[in-house]
Design a protein around this ligand. Structure first.
Ligand code: FCB
Length: 510
């Protein structure tokens, strides 16, 4: 089914749903990958399950140069003509820097129990090192207080991609010195906010920002050099564990986990070679940083020995890398089909659409991992172009549970991009039935993983509200709340109302 056919068929489905003339069972026959109605009825979540949403500083805050904030690599990137779809920037975004009280009131109305937000490093250290900017810290202190007052757990992501530009000017993540600077920054946060924040994730999607930023140049700083990617990845892995130690030294209440991006990987053919390629994908894209933290080593992501020299690995680094996480957090959006590319003669990064899709490259994508990963289109595509495959979250959660001895898990992000807008601005809701269906089916699969023993304690929908979607600007909307960027008016979408009922009842039938 191509995108246009899908839109037509899903609109028809949405129409029938609204008219009450369809059952999940009938739909299950029509849409590949759909979850049967019985499973949705049976879905149960444990008592105390934390229903949440997630955002990121650059995507929602705006106020890009207020109260002493320094320039970030995303400020530089979005201010460069031609980098972002539609030429939009995050200068204002959702203006959450000023409007956070309103947004937290909305979250409270939706019965939210966890809010995952990120802190902007250049607000705290405008040039990346040195004493903190107290105005920046005060802002986050107020945000945390407001979150707690709303009865919501504050979950802090320390780095969601907005590196101080001054540190990029010193070489960026391939420069190993950044691990120490980052650990200092994390320690400052824990010292000033660690009396109230107990849940910390050092990096959002470390593979993505190192690969997109240094390996293929789709994100800032726009470098396309695989060796730089490997060096950046190693610095980030070192930074992750050094930060864990500095956070725990500054706050006795701190627990440290992660916010990794993960896609379950399925071998294209039932062959030894493709199974090994899918395992390399899992090692590189899903658990590279996790394995480093848990066991002080890199998993087998490469054909042959890891390229330690290219990475800048020094003897003794394995001891620095090991810093076991208290819980494991990861996102789920979609899946990958992976095949072996050891025989491919050309290597290249390929081109990119969205934040996560690796398009086909002519051959394998690099001389080390030698696999080819594609997003299948068997299931329907969202308007942001990702395949809807609810079963993927079951497979991923059970796999990570197995591989890491049944740890406590949090789903740090999951969601879908659809452009539904209010019918009528003054009175209208936003009838985004496709988003409701996405979450309903996915959450049924998550409940099934929990029933099978996975210790999942939280789910964060991406996102509380529509926001600045990186290089795609405002061309994609992932929010449970609609944002009109002309006047910052918020309108809770039907999916937001639905998610609020789910959060109150923990039953998918609400
Ligand atoms: C994830 C990012 C998040 C947002 C969603 C749609 O990859 O972590 O910031 O862009 O995708």
């Amino acid at each position: 089914m191509n995108r246009r056919q899908f839109c037509a068929s899903s609109l028809a489905v949405a129409g029938r749903t609204l008219l009450g003339g369809d059952t999940h069972g009938a739909r299950a026959h029509q849409v590949p990958g759909a979850v049967p109605a019985t499973e949705i009825h049976e879905a149960r979540f444990p008592e105390g399950f934390l229903w949440g949403t997630a955002t990121a500083a650059y995507q929602v805050e705006g106020a890009w140069k207020e109260e002493g904030k320094g320039e970030s690599i995303w400020d530089r990137f979005t201010h460069t003509v031609g980098k972002v779809k539609g030429g939009t920037t995050g200068d204002v975004a959702c203006d959450q820097y000023h409007l956070y009280p309103q947004d937290l009131t909305l979250a409270q109305r939706l019965h939210q129990k966890s809010y995952r937000f990120s802190i902007s490093w250049p607000r705290i250290q405008p040039s990346g090192t040195g004493p903190p900017n107290m105005k920046g810290l005060d802002h986050y202190s107020r945000l945390v207080d407001a979150t707690l007052k709303a009865g919501i757990r504050p979950f802090c992501t320390i780095y969601h991609w907005d590196l101080p530009q001054a540190l990029e000017d010193r070489g960026g993540w391939p420069n190993r010195d950044l691990a120490g600077y980052y650990a200092d920054y994390a320690g400052i946060l824990a010292k000033h906010l660690g009396d109230r924040i107990t849940v910390w994730a050092p990096f959002n999607m470390p593979w993505s920002f190192t690969y997109m930023g240094y390996g293929v140049g789709a994100f800032p700083p726009g470098r396309a050099n695989y060796a730089d990617f490997l060096k950046a990845a190693h610095t980030v892995a070192l930074a992750q564990s050094q930060a864990l130690r500095s956070i725990k030294a500054a706050s006795s209440k701190a627990t440290v986990g992660s916010a990794y991006g993960m896609c379950p990987a399925y071998p294209k053919a039932d062959s030894e070679a493709d199974r090994a390629a899918a395992a390399r994908y899992h090692a590189m894209n899903n658990v590279f940083f996790l394995e480093a933290a848990m066991h002080g080593r890199y998993p087998n992501a490469f054909v042959g020995e890891p390229p330690y020299e290219v990475m800048g690995f020094k003897s003794g680094d394995e001891k620095i890398l090991e810093a076991p996480l208290d819980w494991i957090g990861f996102h789920y959006y979609t899946r990958r089909i992976v095949s072996d590319a050891r025989e491919a003669r050309t290597f290249g990064g390929g081109s990119f659409g969205g934040t996560e899709i690796e398009a086909d490259s002519a051959g394998g994508r690099d001389p080390y991992t030698r696999f080819r990963a594609v997003m299948p289109t068997e299931g329907p595509l969202t308007e942001s172009g990702l395949e809807v495959w609810p079963r993927g979250i079951y497979d991923l959660v059970t796999q990570i549970s197995r591989e890491y001895n049944h740890p406590i898990l949090e789903i740090t992000e999951s969601g879908c991009g659809y452009l539904d807008a209010p019918y009528d601005k003054a009175n209208g809701g936003v009838p985004d039935a496709r988003r409701i269906e996405f979450f309903r089916q996915e959450l049924a699969e998550l409940a099934r993983a929990i029933a099978d023993g996975a210790r999942v304690r939280a789910f964060h929908a991406w996102s509380l509200l529509d926001n600045f979607e990186w290089a795609n600007g405002h061309s994609e909307r992932y929010g449970l709340i609609y944002v009109d960027y002309r006047d910052q008016k918020r309108t809770i979408k039907d999916s937001g109302l639905w998610y609020g009922r789910i959060s109150a009842s923990s039953r998918l039938e609400a």
